[in-house]
Design a protein around this ligand. Structure first.
Ligand code: BES
Ligand code: MN
Ligand code: MN
Length: 460
């Protein structure tokens, strides 16, 4: 291992420069204007993997954006690790809040700043450089390795299930590792053992076929904006409990041990609240902030539009109003079930005189890791060796649809070994990557491959 680790130290700055080159490609998956950039982005990664002598490097087109696949078969008869990441990034607006432009990645304060530096290009790159360190020193990897890097994660991984089905044989593995989450805090290696799922709906309320004069018609027909506001207001009671019948039916309660583990983490509630800028922490009675974010479901209105919003006054009854409504789901809530429950409820509480349409935009299933599997101890050891500190188990409130999909399809455990920071500004202006985490992340990956290569395989 010494030459591999020495190589990582030696080439530390060049690795960052190469990551910068990749971050310069604006791979915003939600924006049709950037469609060609996602192809360019995938090709950029594929070219780098080809230089690392992979046995196979392929770009897998989808009806949306392409994924990149690569494979190294260096350990005949040994275990196979499948690594997942995504190469698409979030939009960048509001652009004027960025200190340096999002696609001109800059180094300040031992951080790399730019869109996608940590979510998720930097974390994919950690694995690319771990592979390079083995290939360029000892000449081979200690484990069979497969890499799948998708291009639609930030828009709901619409074509991923189909891809996993079509390519099931190519993606067979003994363990899965995803690096797309954050550490609990500075210098605390953190394995994420739970993710929330997602259900994202659009609600449209239609009234008259066109905006009407509110003097001539107001009081005589229903107002869609008023109606939608009343519907949103009926999603929760005054204490914040969701009022949709059946919403909590499948929610798995936290065990005493799980609550104890969460309570034992070094969480500074005041610091966390300050980082949000919100005046107070608010949530479901009977649960701590971390429990609320990690293990309890939510139902939120993410945006609402309708009627007149321009300068001055305009006296109308608007023709329609829309809202984006999303749920963060926890085990064992499933998006299909919640879609029906929430959709039916919204229609039921709609006032008379409007038409309601609910459209499914996207979803993802929640995940809980089988932490009694030996691979979690291996990962803890590898992570701790690199960072020189004990590894903690955490959960995340966010979602990565791939994780449950691959876990269900293969029955194999999925390690979530992430190298972000809680205040990394992912999805926001001034996203940053801690360059020490990037460097130690490469070493964590190297230790992980080494240790996984030594694990005995279960007898078939
Ligand atoms: N990397 C995130 C997932 C994540 C979120 C990890 C928060 C750690 C903390 C991922 O790229 C993401 O943003 N996921 C989306 C999924 C959605 C678009 C289906 C999310 O959680 O909103
Ligand atoms: Mn991500
Ligand atoms: Mn993201």
């Amino acid at each position: 291992m010494e030459p591999v680790l020495a190589y990582i130290d030696q080439h530390r700055d060049r690795f960052v420069r190469e990551l910068q080159d990749w971050v310069k490609i604006p791979s915003i998956s939600s924006d049709p204007e950037h469609k060609a950039d996602l192809v360019k982005n995938a090709e950029h990664l594929a070219a780098e993997l080809r230089r690392l002598g992979a046995d196979r490097v392929e770009i897998w087109p989808t009806e949306g954006h392409p994924a990149v696949f690569a494979e190294w078969k260096h350990a005949p008869g040994g275990p196979t690790l499948l690594i997942y990441g995504h190469h698409d990034v979030q939009p960048v607006d509001p652009l004027d809040l960025w200190v340096t432009p999002p696609f001109e990645p800059a180094i300040r304060e031992k951080r790399l700043w730019g869109r996608g530096v940590v979510d998720d290009k930097g974390q994919v790159h950690i694995h690319v450089k771990a592979i390079e360190a083995f290939v360029k020193t000892v000449g081979k990897l200690p484990v069979n390795l497969k890499l799948i890097v998708e291009g639609e994660e930030e828009v709901g991984s619409e074509h991923l299930e189909g891809l996993l089905r079509d390519k099931a044989k190519d993606l067979e593995a003994d363990f899965v590792c995803v690096s797309d989450t954050s550490m609990f805090g500075r210098g605390i290696p953190s394995l994420c053992v739970g993710l929330r799922g997602l259900l994202y709906l659009e609600v449209r309320v239609d009234g008259p076929s066109t905006d009407l004069h509110s003097g001539s018609f107001g009081g005589g027909v229903a107002n869609p904006v008023n109606a939608l506001a009343r519907m949103i207001a009926r999603l929760h009671d005054d204490s914040g409990q969701v009022l949709v019948p059946g919403f909590y039916d499948k929610v798995r309660p936290l065990s005493a041990v799980e609550r104890q583990e969460i309570a034992g983490l070094p969480f500074d509630e005041k610091e966390w609240l300050d980082s949000t800028g919100a005046p107070a922490a608010v949530g479901e009675a009977g649960y701590s902030t971390l429990e609320r974010i990690w293990a309890r479901p939510t139902l939120d209105c993410c945006g609402i539009t309708g009627g007149f919003g321009g300068a001055g006054a305009k006296t109308i009854i608007p023709a329609f109003a829309t809202a984006k409504v999303s749920c963060r789901l926890v085990p064992d809530q499933e998006p299909e079930v919640l879609e029906k429950l929430v959709g039916d409820y919204l229609k039921k509480v709609a006032p008379v005189g409007v038409r309601v349409t609910v459209t499914y935009l996207h979803g993802g299933r929640p995940y809980l890791a089988p932490t009694d599997h030996p691979v979690y101890d291996v990962a803890k050891r590898a992570f701790s060796k690199a960072f020189g500190a004990p590894t903690v188990f955490i959960r995340e409130g966010g979602s990565i649809p791939f994780v449950r999909t691959i876990a269900d399809a293969t029955g194999k455990p999925c390690l979530l070994m992430g190298f972000g920071q809680p205040d990394e500004n992912s999805h926001a202006p001034n996203e940053w990557l801690d360059l020490e985490n990037y460097h130690l992340g490469i070493k964590s990956a190297v230790y992980l491959y080494e240790e996984l290569g030594k694990l005995p395989l279960p007898k078939p």
